[in-house]
Design a protein around this ligand. Structure first.
Ligand SMILES: Cc1cc2nc3c(=O)[nH]c(=O)nc-3n(C[C@H](O)[C@H](O)[C@H](O)COP(=O)(O)OP(=O)(O)OC[C@H]3O[C@@H](n4cnc5c(N)ncnc54)[C@H](O)[C@@H]3O)c2cc1C
Ligand SMILES: O=C(O)[C@@H]1CCCC=N1
Length: 390
């Protein structure tokens, strides 16, 4: 297919994970002729957006994330109405962390400043509210009462369906192999050539592979996450049905990353408990990364804190994070080509923001002023890291 004869799209979006799919949907809703390209046949489990569940919460230390989450909750509710499916289940989120530590104190202050419905649990009342969990000595605890679970696979399918119902075109099983920047961007896949007035790159772990065609590299680290499910000794002990909440244990030991869990639900009798970091991998070689250091940390945690679980993972699935040095996202225009928009580096916490990120990236692609302050997400903050070969 010759580019000269191909259709001119208002926007081409590369990557049909949650961020690309939400962006494409927002564009199509705004009457933009939009093409969404995906390298794998959909649905697939080789990126970052697959799996049945994700945590949704406003519990962040930074004001900008809390402000974005206010709107994201509204947009998730709107998506539920438009798609006619349940995407969110309220469970609450228990956060445990060093009571006098900086992170936990900042979190408490942000929750109070934004008046987020929160229950602060005293040590002596903890086990009465949260049975079958051992609170570590020196840890405080709070509950974000509106937090919960997003049904991830279902949400992704719903957004893609809504995009198509607005006239959007999805071409899956088509890998982008070249990008030619210009007033009209030319995108070549392994089976076609497409032109767009603007381009959005939301390629998850493959962001740098694609950005190379535009002369830009970002300081992104791709890690494999072992998604572990643990068997309940007594089925139902930690289940949504018993109103068990999601949880985050902040910095379980000095120098360690957070551990988080979701109540048993998708696999009855199994609770998801994961380490918020993994070992570096090439995205196409994910299954060759077999490091299990994270699982060793989780076994110790489960043994100490969750006595109702068998301390050996029953099911281990795989997923990837694409991590920036400060764990904040990249939401920006390309430094050289203003009509190329980049959404990357979601650092293992981007799913809950999908609808608001879709809105913000679509605003950038349409040349509008974004409706949230994007300064924390600019590429420029990596000045000492970013390697531009232009
Ligand atoms: C185990 C795990 C648990 C998580 N838990 C949470 C949580 O509880 N709450 C939360 O908010 N977030 C969570 N996250 C993070 C969240 O899931 C991610 O931030 C989000 O899914 C990233 O979406 P994405 O669209 O950027 O990437 P992806 O889903 O990876 O999508 C990128 C897409 O681009 C496609 N692509 C790449 N290159 C090309 C190419 N050349 N041509 C065509 N297509 C291409 C890929 O195939 C892929 O489908 C978790 C992530 C993991 C892995
Ligand atoms: O983003 C989230 O809420 C989850 C849980 C905490 C760590 C990462 N993902």
């Amino acid at each position: 297919l010759l580019a000269g004869k191909s259709i001119l799209y208002d926007c081409i979006v590369i990557g049909a994970g949650i961020q690309g799919s939400c962006t494409a949907y927002q564009l199509a809703k705004n009457k933009q002729k939009t093409l969404l390209l995906e390298q794998f046949v959909l649905p697939h489990s080789r990126g970052s957006s697959h799996g049945q569940t994700r945590v949704i919460r406003k519990t962040y230390e930074e004001d900008f994330y809390v402000q974005m989450m206010h709107e994201s909750y509204e947009l998730w509710a709107q998506l539920e109405r438009e798609a006619g499916v349940e995407l969110y289940r309220r469970t609450g989120l228990l956060v445990m962390g060093p009571e006098n530590g900086e992170g936990f104190s900042r979190l408490k202050a942000t929750m109070q400043r934004h008046k987020i419905p929160t229950v602060f649990l005293e040590k002596q009342e903890f086990s009465q509210h949260i049975p079958n969990v051992n609170l570590a000595d020196g840890n405080g605890a709070l509950i974000d009462t509106f937090a919960g679970v997003l049904y991830a696979d279902r949400a992704l399918r719903a957004v893609q369906r809504l995009f198509q119902s607005c006239g959007g075109v999805i071409k899956d099983g088509e890998k982008v192999i070249d990008i030619r920047p210009g007033a009209e961007v030319t995108v070549t896949t392994d089976s076609g050539v497409y032109r767009g007035r603007s381009l959005v790159i939301t390629a998850g772990p493959w962001a740098n592979t694609l950005l190379r065609h535009t002369g830009l590299q970002l300081p992104l680290k791709v890690v494999k996450i072992n998604v572990c499910y643990w068997k309940e000794e007594i089925p139902g002990t930690y289940s949504v049905g018993q109103s068990f909440p999601c949880f985050i244990e902040m910095e379980p030991k000095e120098g360690e990353y957070d551990i988080y869990g979701l109540p048993s639900n998708e696999y009855p009798g199994l609770m998801k408990v994961c380490y918020h970091m993994g070992s570096e991998t090439e995205p196409d070689e994910r299954d060759k990364q077999t490091d299990r250091g994270d699982i060793d940390i989780l076994v110790r945690f489960v043994t100490r804190c969750l006595p109702g679980l068998v301390p050996v993972p029953a099911v281990v699935e795989s997923c990837m994070y694409t991590v920036t040095p400060d764990h904040n996202f990249v939401l920006d225009s390309h430094p050289t080509y203003g009509n190329i928009i980049i959404g990357a580096g979601f650092s293992g916490h981007g799913f809950k923001f999908g609808p608001i990120i879709g809105k913000l990236l679509s605003q950038l692609a349409m040349g509008q002023v974004p409706s949230h302050d994007l300064s924390p997400f600019r590429i420029q903050r990596f000045q000492s890291h970013a390697r531009s070969s232009l």
